[in-house]
Design a protein around this ligand. Sequence first.
Ligand code: ADP
Ligand code: MG
Length: 259
Amino acid sequence: MTDNTQRDNSVNNSLGHAAMITMTEVNKWYGDFHVLKDINLTVKKGEKIVICGPSGSGKSTLIRCINRLEEHQQGQIIVAGNELTSDLKNIELVRREVGMCFQHFNLFPHLTVLENCTLAPIWVKKMPQKEAEQIAMQYLERVKIPEQANKYPGQLSGGQQQRVAIARSLCMTPQVMLFDEPTSALDPEMVREVLDVMVELANEGMTMICVTHEMGFARQVADRVIFMDMGEIIEENTPQAFFDNPQSDRTQLFLNQIL
Ligand code: ADP
Ligand code: MG
């Protein structure tokens, strides 16, 4: 009995240490503008990372490089064992493993909630429609809006739309979820319902990178908080150390502005 338990733990530990995302010396330019400077970042399976920093510091660009919505020019990015290069097959492999939620939801307005959720499983995974619908309903239940399945995005509140966007991503069973300021376009009373879904996802063991200024969320779920400024990672620490004892003046200044 004891032996088995120990073996199970060691399996979990070894899984827990596997790198899901590795960025090594990543540099990116928009024309002459050096937007990402020598980014080094490793995210282990199951880790939750919060990225914060001033507007224009490169947060969106960094996470968009992870699913190749943006292309890096130097350095190496490996996601779930696949290196991101211009090889389209590899890009497709990575995109299957990486779900993304944006500030403005990006749902298809002319499709119902259910159709938004089944589109990629049917067309990308070639899943039969009935099966895709069953799975979509399970995820809509998890984000607590199964009753909205046949409505159009425009008939839903912002908080509901963002929860649909999360369910839609989960329908592809990604190994990693990226969030780019998922609550910053929402009315204040809707922020909590979206954060609650994200906390639940975190507790279930999803690997997550979240660009957010919701510092309560960062304290609650982040294993590490990363502070970016002017295209660089300035500071990286546990939430407690980050908030209670920021190391750099720039971090301190930023925290003074948002807290
Ligand atoms: P953040 O998400 O931290 O606000 P971004 O990654 O969106 O920052 O942008 C970083 C910088 O790169 C900003 O100065 C922005 O104006 C610039 N930028 C973003 N996208 C582009 C683009 N497609 N072309 C040129 N410059 C861009
Ligand atoms: Mg941004």
